[in-house]
Design a protein around this ligand. Structure first.
Ligand SMILES: [Zn+2]
Length: 242
């Protein structure tokens, strides 16, 4: 098998990353976004849902959890160097790729005018989380709508065509970003999602050894992605030229 080619792109002027839940963007593209922000890119993170199901604690108050997760998301964005966060506030677990959601994505694209849009890959096989699938589809469909002025004229915003769509956790990755220089920033941003330490991060906040175990898992995944193109640590994507 021939090795796929590592074809880095220059940091875009503006990037818009759209994730289903607080922390999805950091897992999928945190290292890439941190590198771009360092290079001067304007990075905006949009989160589709309120994260209100993200707890294993039977005593959890969902309203308090929503507030906490928004605060954590802003802190994580600060670590990555993002310039903006949009919390769209849809109910966690109940997201649907409706015309309303497509319109919301198109309006975000027309407002922020990104060169690159990043999100979940809706074609990823065996993706069981409905919010990840719905977000991927809404982003692909919303980007298509944003480019032509006759879609959603009620936005009263100029149409906008990003150059690239990058989809993380892709079924067929064909683009890699070197995250060796920003791996620690990605880890630090993820650690700001303290409410998730217990659920998706192996209790990473409990102590130094738990944090290191989580870092090791993250490092292993980045190394696996990077090995495909001869990098020590990478995030991989499906790249779609628009
Ligand atoms: Zn998620």
């Amino acid at each position: 098998m021939t090795r796929p080619e590592f074809t880095p792109i220059p940091p875009p002027g503006r990037a818009l990353a759209i994730g289903a839940h607080p922390d999805d963007i950091e897992f999928g593209a945190g290292g890439t976004l941190a590198a771009w922000a360092r290079a001067g890119s304007h990075v905006v993170m949009a989160v589709m849902t309120d994260g209100s199901k993200g707890s294993w604690n039977p005593e959890e108050n969902p309203a308090a959890l929503v507030e906490r997760r928004a605060t954590e998301q802003r802190a994580a964005a600060g670590v990555l160097g993002a310039t903006g966060v949009e919390m769209l506030g849809n109910v966690h677990g109940e997201l649907e790729n409706s015309m309303g959601l497509r319109s919301r994505v198109a309006a975000l694209v027309r407002s922020y005018r990104p060169d690159v849009v990043l999100s979940h890959d809706p074609w990823a096989r065996y993706e069981i989380h409905p919010d990840h699938r719905a977000t991927g589809w809404a982003v692909v469909d919303g980007v298509v709508a944003a480019r032509d002025h006759l879609f959603f004229p009620e936005h009263d915003l100029d149409h906008h065509r990003p150059e690239l769509l990058l989809l993380w956790r892709a079924a067929e990755p064909d683009h890699w970003e070197d995250i060796a220089p920003t791996f620690d920033v990605k880890l630090e941003a993820l650690m700001r999602h303290q409410s998730q330490h217990h659920t998706t991060m192996g209790n990473a906040g409990a102590g130094a050894s738990e944090r290191e175990a989580f870092a090791e898992r993250l490092r292993g995944y980045a190394a696996e992605q990077g090995a495909l193109v001869g990098l020590g640590a990478a995030e991989s994507f499906k790249r779609i030229r628009l």
